[in-house]
Design a binder for this molecule. Structure first.
Ligand SMILES: C[S@@+](CC[C@H](N)C(=O)[O-])C[C@H]1O[C@@H](n2cnc3c(N)ncnc32)[C@H](O)[C@@H]1O
Length: 353
């Protein structure tokens, strides 16, 4: 059988390299399901894989920027935005008065002044696009380009200087960071043209906290933020800037000026982002889905540990037949720190389904 080709994403915790192993792990357990709810969707790769496998897919993520990515790859089935039109959107339209929220508030933090100016113009031009397909494509290429231009692909530090003054190490990174938005747009428009497709199902993308999400499916896939015993940076802290771009007009009322990186506080939440309340959050989530099969991705060395999570599932519903599958090492084999880091799948087969 041919391998499923997936978009290349640079998202923290992306299951790109693991999704085939995860899917095989589910198939081995002979779960019967036609629909999937990917409740911590992220880049949407699990959803995308399920879409390729002809399932009806519901994607969800707490962040609007992610749910737009889900809308593009999962809910929609084509890309209508051309490269020429995308490049033109970096230029102001005559007669329109633009705001300069990014240029004004984020100078010297994430992108150069010229790039900030282009981001301001491009985001506001999205409003002039005539349909949701064009708008989702425009956001998609903007988010992906912003991510790829950042050191470590993250926004938790104000380290533009690191990018600009980078001398040592992998020069390939520096080259990517300095590529212009219009150059990067070409890459991501091509990606959309290649990966958008229709699987003849009604797939949707939602934007809700996991516990508040009302959707139901035969199989609930849970890929939550992962904690180690040390300190952990939240997803909000890693990607707040993109969440800001997805709420452009609200940015200025939501900047934390006490933080050096001027964190944008929109959709900041502790649900599933706090180790001490994680098991409580998980219990609430499971109670919302007792009629589904449950599949959880986690790691063998995380907090809480796998056995604590498995025990919780058994207690929530007697009809869950719980098994634990070790999918093997997820890191780079050459990195000695990763030798004992294994990706684990907890599968709760609902025997009533
Ligand atoms: C481990 S990542 C998921 C990665 C995804 N499976 C992929 O392959 O890209 C966890 C995701 O959960 C989202 N998230 C964090 N807290 C959440 C919450 N309370 N409800 C819903 N989503 C949440 C984050 O935005 C992040 O995208």
């Amino acid at each position: 059988m041919s391998k499923i080709k997936l978009p290349v994403t640079r998202y923290y915790g992306s299951k790109r390299k693991l999704v085939e192993r995860i899917w095989n792990g589910i198939e081995i357990k002979e779960l019967k399901f036609d629909s999937v709810l990917d409740i911590f969707g992220g880049t949407g790769l699990f959803s995308y894989y399920a879409k390729c496998k002809s399932k009806q897919v519901i994607y969800n993520d707490i962040f609007r920027f992610n749910s737009i990515i889900g809308k593009k790859l999962i809910q929609q089935s084509s890309n209508e935005l051309t490269l020429e039109r995308a490049k033109n959107m970096l230029l102001p339209i005559e007669g329109i008065i633009y705001q300069n929220i990014i240029a004004k508030n984020f100078s010297g933090i994430y992108f150069t002044d010229e790039e900030n100016y282009q981001i301001d113009i491009f985001v506001q031009n999205i409003d002039f696009l005539e349909n949701e397909n064009l708008k989702a494509s425009a956001y998609y290429i903007l988010f992906q380009s912003c991510i790829i231009k950042r050191p470590y692909n993250l926004f938790h530090r104000n380290n533009l200087n690191m990018r600009l003054n980078y001398k040592n190490g992998n020069f390939g990174n520096k080259k990517t960071w300095e590529r212009s938005f219009s150059e990067l747009f070409e890459r991501f428009i091509n990606e959309l043209n290649e990966f958008c497709f229709d699987n003849d199902e009604e797939n949707i993308s939602l934007n809700s906290s996991a516990i508040q999400c009302k959707a139901q499916a035969d199989l609930l896939y849970i890929d939550p933020p992962y904690f180690t015993s040390g300190s952990n940076t939240t997803y909000h802290s890693k990607y707040h800037f993109l969440e800001g771009l997805a709420h452009y007009s609200e940015i200025e009322n939501n900047i934390d000026h006490n933080k050096k990186n001027k964190e944008i506080t929109i959709n900041k939440s502790l649900e599933f982002e706090n180790k001490s309340t994680f098991l409580n959050d998980l219990e609430q989530l499971l109670l919302n889905h007792i009629n589904s099969h449950i599949v959880i991705s986690y790691r063998n060395n995380g907090v809480p540990n796998i056995e604590e999570m498995a025990e919780l599932i058994r207690n929530v519903n007697n009809n869950f037949e719980v098994s634990i599958t070790d999918l093997g090492n997820y890191g780079y084999a050459l990195n000695r720190n990763n030798i004992n880091n294994n990706e684990i799948l907890i599968i709760a087969k609902n025997i009533l389904l």
